[in-house]
Design a protein around this ligand. Structure first.
Ligand SMILES: NC(=O)C1=CN([C@@H]2O[C@H](COP(=O)(O)OP(=O)(O)OC[C@H]3O[C@@H](n4cnc5c(N)ncnc54)[C@H](OP(=O)(O)O)[C@@H]3O)[C@@H](O)[C@H]2O)C=CC1
Ligand SMILES: CC(=O)N[C@@H](CCC(=O)OP(=O)(O)O)C(=O)O
Length: 356
């Protein structure tokens, strides 16, 4: 079942990665590509790695230029995607890579983003566990046939996948979660920002959005609330580290007293045993754990997860690695699109990365 697809924000990082993956999808026919200030220029100026589309000229972003496609991917700043989405044909499948349609709570939107809440769409994380599930089926069901999909934030994907098995199984306390992340620069997009100049960023690690202010906090809490029961509170701190892509999320939680380390591991094993793209790394011969690295995920739609009990501190420690532009954005979007279209979920996506 072939489909035509337009990409808005094609000159950006997220739009460019969506195009790279769509070029490898057997059913995708790539139609209109749009930009904002860069409309009128060739895609090859912005993404010289996308050889097959190098001569395509970027159109202005409007409901008119995006009309007439089966699928529209919006890789736009938040606010811009909500505005354009409201003007698109209800029958077109629209994937919003931005934040506008992720949150169900308008109050949380107002607090963390400000401005009008565009409303919430089916949430594009097929692996999201719902309370009572050991493997994710309800979220997949919500995506089948969907015509509007809110693609998760990249940090949110990493932290949710790391912690949700423990919440769903009731082996960690949802009210005392802590996450610290190492983030590659591409997560910040292509817009020039002084703190991302090579002279500021190379050879340095920088925290940002410290102290409960990051916009992904309510989205993580929303997901983990779906996965379990009771109020979820997370302390979340991202740090920029000198790499182009990748997120390494270390998240910890208080162990429910009396829970064994075996029960903890069993919860994560059960959640991810059948997942094509979320892999719990093994216990190596001799008993040591294999730990996720960002390098092992680059270019792939894979999330690598590991979990261990810190008996001394009474906490569970999880580490998750993803490529922010693939599983964290464009790959997750394509996975959800496959479900929406009734195609095999893994079509056009790879679990194999590029390393070194
Ligand atoms: N980078 C990442 O890892 C992730 C990004 N996302 C989300 O994807 C979206 C795009 O991010 P990213 O690609 O990183 O950002 P970029 O800054 O790299 O790209 C932004 C794109 O949007 C266009 N654009 C900018 N302003 C407007 C506007 N007012 N109206 C219409 N188009 C506009 C730009 O066009 P032009 O070049 O002409 O200015 C460009 O094509 C954001 O919502 C982001 O939060 C989500 C998860 C991860
Ligand atoms: C390194 C870096 O700055 N990363 C960004 C990623 C945000 C993002 O892309 O997410 P949204 O789609 O929700 O805007 C950040 O942490 O804010």
């Amino acid at each position: 079942m072939s489909f035509s697809v337009a990409v808005a924000g094609a000159s950006g990082y997220a739009g460019g990665e969506a195009l790279r993956l769509l070029l490898g999808h057997p059913e995708a026919r790539i139609g209109t590509l749009t930009a904002h200030a860069n409309a009128g220029s060739a895609l090859g100026e912005h993404h010289p790695h996308l050889r097959a589309l190098a001569d395509r000229v970027l159109q202005p972003t409007s409901a008119e230029t995006l009309a007439g496609h089966d699928v529209v991917v919006l890789g736009l700043p938040h606010g811009a995607s909500g505005e354009i989405a409201a003007q698109l044909d209800p029958g077109t499948i629209v994937l919003d890579l931005g934040a506008d349609h992720r949150l169900t709570d308008a109050g949380a939107w107002a607090q963390f983003y400000g401005g009008d809440h565009a409303g919430s769409w089916p949430y594009g994380l097929p692996e999201l566990l719902h309370a009572g599930e050991t493997t994710a089926t309800a979220q997949r069901a919500a995506l089948v046939g969907a015509t509007r999909i809110a693609v998760p934030g990249c940090n949110v994907t990493a932290v949710t996948l790391g912690l949700q098995p423990g919440i769903a199984a009731g082996v960690i306390e949802p009210g005392d979660l802590v996450a610290v992340l190492a983030n590659g620069y591409s997560g910040a997009g292509k817009t020039l920002k002084p703190h991302l100049l090579a002279s500021e960023a190379l050879g340095s690690a920088q925290p940002y959005a410290v102290g409960g202010t990051h916009r992904h906090i309510p989205e993580i809490e929303q997901n983990l609330q779906v996965a379990g029961a009771g109020a979820v509170t997370i302390s979340f701190t991202p740090t920029l580290v000198p790499m182009a892509r990748g997120i390494l999320a270390t998240a910890t939680a208080r162990l429910v007293p009396g829970t064994s380390a075996a029960a903890v591991r069993a919860a994560w094993e059960a959640a991810y045993a059948d997942e094509p793209f979320v892999h719990l790394l093994p216990v190596l011969p001799g008993g040591a754990l294999q730990w996720p690295t960002t390098a092992a995920t680059l270019g792939s739609n894979t999330a690598l997860v590991q979990v261990v009990v810190d008996e001394r501190a009474g906490r569970v420690v999880t580490v998750t690695a993803i490529d922010n532009l693939v599983k964290g954005t464009a790959g997750g979007a394509l996975q959800s699109l496959n479900l929406a279209l009734g195609l095999p979920e893994t079509l056009g996506l790879t679990m194999n990365g590029v390393s070194p």
